[in-house]
Design a protein around this ligand. Structure first.
Ligand code: NAD
Length: 382
């Protein structure tokens, strides 16, 4: 299958591009290198040293003989996107290319506006590009479980059957996002729903949980193929952040009580989920939604697991309860459906202390790169 991976230089996109290429798909990456520029803006870095995208794909070709074409450009530049679509004629478009940090979107007005412009306009351009140039192309869009928020009822996969005043309908599940970033994903979902309805486009929304881990079989083949790993208060996600904190002797930064519960998955499952989505396109005009996570944990569950795993590695780690910089419930009901991807063949890599210890071992070899001032949260919601 010809597949474009937009955002293919990023944490999820790069391992996905390699995995799909290994499976025999013909891959082209679009990325404008924005994520590397945000590191410069925030005086931050990836814990793992990462090669340039050109070096990465050259190494992949050297090791496997497989070519990945790269297009350095912005989805917000429609002329650029049109030319790539015309040239590539993709059958699927895996869309990772967004500003994905909730704290980054909450820094100030400029960052909120940038996030929503970048994400919503970029996706709108992709929808127009598909309509105009490759109407049969399947859009595989990375959404987030954070679109749903934490309602006091079980979360369904995209849609819910509702009976109201004696009438029934299947409607989009209510969305209660918790940041301007998460709101951008909800706006995307609405635009995609509408485009599918009016133009007959086929799309899959992958409402992904928090991704942890860094390696896949492919990224481990050579240091030049290494994946990025974020640990700072802006881009670092829970668990990866805790693991890195444990290796530098920093207290684990649990926000508030730590009862915040979310869906999680290993990066190894992310790449497989994209393959499953590509193999199972919906009908034309349909917007199918999969909840892409394998397990639920509270922030405190994770912190305790990291403390125990770190201890086994000879590291003494404490948990600190910081004042929560976010506005969110710290104790709440959370139960979400996630059966569709597993019914289609996903075999989850579950989180164990052994898995955490393996990540700790990789992290230890790079711990000198940690910029300690970046570890604590500096962005507040208020
Ligand atoms: P990332 O920041 O590491 O990668 C995103 C990539 O997209 C970067 O390489 C960036 O340069 C590129 N990009 C951003 N805007 C672009 C634009 N306008 N044009 C071209 N390229 C652009 O992020 P990630 O962690 O790999 O996340 C990928 C996707 O998965 C995002 O859409 C994110 O919302 C979603 N997601 C991620 C997680 C997670 O835990 N990492 C969880 C849920 C959902």
């Amino acid at each position: 299958m010809k597949i474009i991976v937009a955002g293919g230089d990023g944490f999820c996109g790069w391992p996905t591009a390699l995995y799909l290429s290994k499976q025999g798909h013909d891959i082209a990456i679009i990325d404008n290198m924005a994520r590397r520029k945000w590191d410069n803006e925030l005086h931050s870095n990836s814990l793992t040293p990462i090669a340039s995208l050109e070096e990465r794909v050259a190494k992949w070709k050297e090791l496997t003989g497989k070519e990945i074409r790269i297009y350095d450009g912005d989805l917000n530049h429609y002329d650029f996107l049109r030319e790539v679509l015309k040239k590539e004629q993709p059958e699927a478009f895996a869309h990772f290319a967004e500003q994905r940090s909730a704290p980054y979107s909450m820094i100030d007005r400029e960052h909120a506006v940038f996030t929503q412009n970048n994400n919503v306009t970029g996706t709108l351009n992709v929808l127009y590009g598909i309509k105009e140039i490759v109407p049969e192309c399947h859009l595989i869009k990375l959404g987030t479980m954070g679109e749903y928020g934490t309602p006091n009822i079980p979360i369904e996969e995209g849609y819910i059957e509702i009976e109201h005043k004696g009438r029934k309908d299947v409607l989009p599940f209510p969305k209660q996002p918790g940041s301007f970033y998460h709101l951008s994903k909800v706006h995307d979902s609405h635009n995609i729903t509408f485009a599918c309805k009016i133009w007959g486009i086929k799309a899959t929304d992958l409402n992904q949980g928090v991704v942890y881990g860094l390696d896949t079989d492919e990224t481990k083949m050579d240091p030049v193929l290494a994946n990025r790993l974020d640990y700072d208060g802006v881009f670092g996600t829970a668990l990866n952040r805790f693991i890195i904190q444990s290796t530098i002797g920093h207290d684990l930064t649990v926000y508030g009580k730590g009862g915040q519960t979310r869906g999680f998955l290993n990066i190894k499952d992310t790449v497989r989920c994209i393959e499953i989505a590509a193999e199972n396109p919906p009908e034309n005009g349909e917007f199918q939604v999969f909840n892409q996570f394998t397990e639920e944990f509270s922030v405190m569950d994770l912190a305790k697991m990291v403390v125990n795993a770190a201890k086994e590695e000879g590291l003494n780690t404490e948990i600190a309860h910081l004042e929560n910089p976010r506005v969110e419930l710290e104790e709440h009901f959370f139960q979400a459906e996630n059966t569709k991807l597993q019914d289609l063949g996903l075999e989850p890599n579950l989180l164990t202390e052994e898995v955490i210890r393996d990540i700790i071992k990789t992290v230890i070899s790079h711990k000198d790169r940690v910029i300690k001032e970046n570890v604590l949260p500096q962005v507040t919601w208020k």
